[in-house]
Design a protein around this ligand. Structure first.
Ligand SMILES: N[C@@H](CCC(=O)N[C@@H](CS)C(=O)NCC(=O)O)C(=O)O
Length: 379
């Protein structure tokens, strides 16, 4: 009986995933249509436990994910491959970006080795199914925390790693400066995103009519924009900064001074495995705490040798057994900071002033600097 319930739940989740992420038509009307269409999409619904069942379609049980990851010998992280600064493949063929470094930090926490991670690129439309099906252990890919994703999509968002908002980019010589200026225009947007839904909401509330030009991934969306097939392109502001940096002439494009939504971006895990959720969560907090206590990859050994402050001693595993409580070793936070860096180091490496994807810290500063980043106590 329970098995049947699980299957039905997941079926619903799959349907709602497609609905929530937008079908061909803009929300809200598109959502209903998509649901009807996708009910007949046959995900081979297994009787859980039957030989034909895919590896994991049910929510992971407590402790299962860490055990699976350890037995496999590496972490499988779902990432972006098209957004420089967040998740992409660099000139040397390596995955790079703030979301990618978070995966490395998680691997460092688990294995004491930041390289024990396999990056699995997933598009916006693929990402939730990849997580639900167990193809990836965690999703770390500019994904916005929302109620539907947190419930029907079977996910748990750990703490936000990048606070963002949706923006609009136009050619600098277009003279367009406000959303109202886009009346009657065509706007390039990617499907499977909150972007598509927000665009519809915001333009409807402003009474601006427009034609959405909808694409499957960022490359296609921005190629269409670069070719002049739309008057503007919209996504998270971070995505605009990122993708502008790889346009033929970045200075020929401006991001309007408007924020269309809240986009708290962060890692997502499957429902059902609270231990894994805690590990993912405290990996983020260890990076924040490293910055708060001025512990960097360069000085962590010195700090460890001389630390007297009780919380720093607990954080680095010199006292107490905080790591063991997570199912890890007590030096998990030391390993994160030593092998990957604290939040500031990771931010600056990917989005700092010396990168082509520079984004001022703003809300993504520590609470002590007027931002929203705040780690609970390590005790
Ligand atoms: N944060 C939004 C949008 C995230 C998103 O997918 N943005 C696009 C545009 S920058 C992207 O990353 N595309 C890359 C791809 O799908 O390969 C969401 O979670 O829905």
């Amino acid at each position: 009986m329970r098995k049947i319930f699980v299957v039905l739940t997941l079926f619903t989740a799959f349907v709602l995933a497609l609905a929530a992420c937008g079908g061909a038509a803009p929300a809200p009307s598109g959502e209903t249509v998509t649901v009807k269409e996708t009910v007949v999409v046959t995900v081979e619904v297994p009787v859980a436990g039957s030989p034909a069942a895919p590896a994991v379609v049910a929510p992971a049980g407590y402790g299962v994910t860490l055990e699976t990851v350890k037995a496999r010998g590496n972490l499988i992280c779902g990432v972006n491959s098209q957004v420089p600064g967040f998740g992409y493949v660099d000139a040397d063929g390596n995955f790079a970006g703030i979301d990618v470094d978070y995966c490395r930090a998680l691997a460092a926490a688990i294995f004491g080795d930041a390289s024990k991670v396999e990056f699995r690129p997933v598009t916006a439309a693929e990402r939730f199914t990849a997580l639900q099906s167990g193809e990836i252990d965690i999703l770390s890919r500019n994904t916005t925390w929302s109620l539907v994703r947190d419930t029907e999509l079977g996910g748990n968002f750990v703490h936000t790693t990048f606070y963002d908002g949706q923006g609009m980019m136009v050619p600098a010589d277009s003279g367009l400066t406000t959303l109202e200026d886009l009346e009657g225009g065509t706007i390039c947007v990617q499907t499977g995103t909150t972007t598509e839904l927000n665009l519809s909401d915001v333009m409807a509330s402003l009474g601006v009519s427009y034609t959405p030009a909808v694409f499957e991934d960022a490359d296609a969306t921005f190629a269409a924009y670069a070719e002049g097939r739309c008057d503007a392109v919209t996504t998270d502001k971070s995505g605009l900064v990122s993708r502008r940096s790889v346009l033929p002439d970045p200075s020929a494009h401006v991001i309007m001074d408007v924020t269309m939504s809240k986009e708290p971006l962060g890692p997502m895990v499957r429902h059902g495995d609270d231990q894994w959720f805690d590990i993912a969560q405290w990996t983020v907090f260890a990076m924040f705490a490293g910055e708060e206590f001025d512990i960097t990859s360069a000085n962590v050994d010195d700090v460890k040798a001389n630390a007297t402050a009780p919380e720093v001693r607990r954080l680095l595993g010199l006292e107490g057994d905080l790591g063991l409580k997570l199912g890890l070793t007590n030096d998990f936070a030391y390993n994160i900071i030593k092998l990957v860096g604290n939040y500031e180091e990771v931010y600056n490496r990917n989005l700092g002033p010396d990168t082509p994807t520079y984004i001022p810290r703003g809300l993504n500063s520590l609470y002590t600097e007027g931002g929203l980043l705040y780690a609970p106590p390590f005790r």
